[in-house]
Design a protein around this ligand. Sequence first.
Ligand SMILES: Cc1cc2nc3c(=O)[nH]c(=O)nc-3n(C[C@H](O)[C@H](O)[C@H](O)COP(=O)(O)OP(=O)(O)OC[C@H]3O[C@@H](n4cnc5c(N)ncnc54)[C@H](O)[C@@H]3O)c2cc1C
Length: 502
Amino acid sequence: MNIRETNWNIAKNKSFDIAIIGGGISGAAIYKALCRQGYNVFLIDKGDFSCGTSQASSMMIWGGLLYMRKFDFVSVCNFSRDRDALIRSFSDQITSKDFRYILNGHGGRNRYLIYLALQLYWMLGKCKRERPAFQEKFEERNIINEKNDAESIIYQEGFLRQSDSRFVLDWILDHQTENSLAINYCSIQNANFNKKDKRWSLDIKDHFSGDQCTVKANMLLNCAGVWADRVNEQFGIQSPYKHVYSKGVFIGYARPDKHHAPLIFEMGKNGDALAFIPWGPVSLWGPTETMETSIEDGHSITPEDIQFLLKHASRNLDPSLAKSNIISLRCGLRPLAVKKTFNADCYPLDISRHHKIVDNADVPWISIYGGKISGCISLAEKVTRKINDKIPPRLKEIPCTDNRTEKAAWTSFPGLQGNIPAIDWCVRHEFCCTLEDYLRRRTNISQWIPRGGLGFHDENGEYLKKISSHLPESSVKNHDSHLHEYRGNVRERFDQIIEQIQ
Ligand SMILES: Cc1cc2nc3c(=O)[nH]c(=O)nc-3n(C[C@H](O)[C@H](O)[C@H](O)COP(=O)(O)OP(=O)(O)OC[C@H]3O[C@@H](n4cnc5c(N)ncnc54)[C@H](O)[C@@H]3O)c2cc1C
């Protein structure tokens, strides 16, 4: 039996202290914090863990540089404290990294102003990272368009070592016991609060088998990211906040030899910037910032998104990027928390990226709005404190309870250096159900190898077919359907978009 089947059997008719809806970074961080205090927690995701915005970030653990624009120094202090706490506590998952702010002598911000701002940023972060400094000679100089100055300012932030999805997944996997457990590809059909025994009764449905069961919980947490409003609406929960959505798209290219540090380029408009981020064998260029009105539109990349990025790449990078070299695309919707009455037409960067925690007055239900990977620890602490007041914690602190007793099995992938976890092991221990789970979130193959891992000329098709045989048959009609379905996704989310670019 794999971990997903085991958890389903345990969860059936079980009673938990808290149920969390949504296994992105917010849900995972709160899940981890609550498990460590001995609460019995149930985490459920309608898709795979981290299949929402948390798989599409820039992977930066930043100290709130963005807030320097608005002289919001309190936010900078708070974000910097969170960044440093994350780097300190999770050094195996997060590393401190040099970033380069590229100075643009042609209409960009004044170089000394940027230097002073970065010095202040560093000081507001209690001088914990390396001090920012001008650097004229650096290896990335030969991949920068000469229209930019020859100079950069180097400063430090945190950066996820493997990926955003892996970070989220590991936090969930760290706590899987008889008392606290997670399950993906399941959704809550009904949630009824019984005022007599003061508990929620949740009807859960498995998306693959169609099986149903009932789970009880004293409290519900809505951590569904951009879907949080829909979840609240489904269960009749009111909130003074709502989400607006900002789409962010990256394109992935083969990483130039001398690309070591993320490069930050001013866009020259709206005070925004674009980054060129080295990540394994690729470099990511982006992200865009566009306001979207619907979740569905926000998750689809348009040829205009790519054209915008290519235009800015030709201004800033040398050689400029071409559509034929695009290895991967990456798209996510930022959940931005605003008052329910918000109706302004503004650039998304002008909307706060702070989270809001809404405690419902009528029933035990907490909704999370907004949030970032960088601020996930303070979000989890605040939510935990709220819960402590209502349900006393069982323990002061319990360690991780990673029950993966079988030693990890490693394998390789054509065209990729180094080892990756084997698919059958991910099925048994890491809730891996589909090819996309494996290629996108258990490994980085779909972002590092062209066309979702299939290869520019489909050269890995047979290999993917072979490894698909390890996936649970219950999640599709038969093994061949895994590859068929995956190919369809690559066609829709990559090939068709690239074909439309002029
Ligand atoms: C381009 C881009 C770059 C970014 N870069 C950074 C960065 O460098 N650093 C940083 O800190 N932040 C960054 N962010 C922001 C950050 O990625 C997001 O704010 C964060 O990932 C949101 O996490 P979440 O858990 O709230 O939402 P999500 O990750 O979207 O998780 C929500 C989960 O809820 C599940 N769900 C939805 N509805 C239901 C339901 N009915 N039942 C069960 N489950 C449900 C979904 O399947 C999903 O897994 C970036 C965002 C974008 C788009």
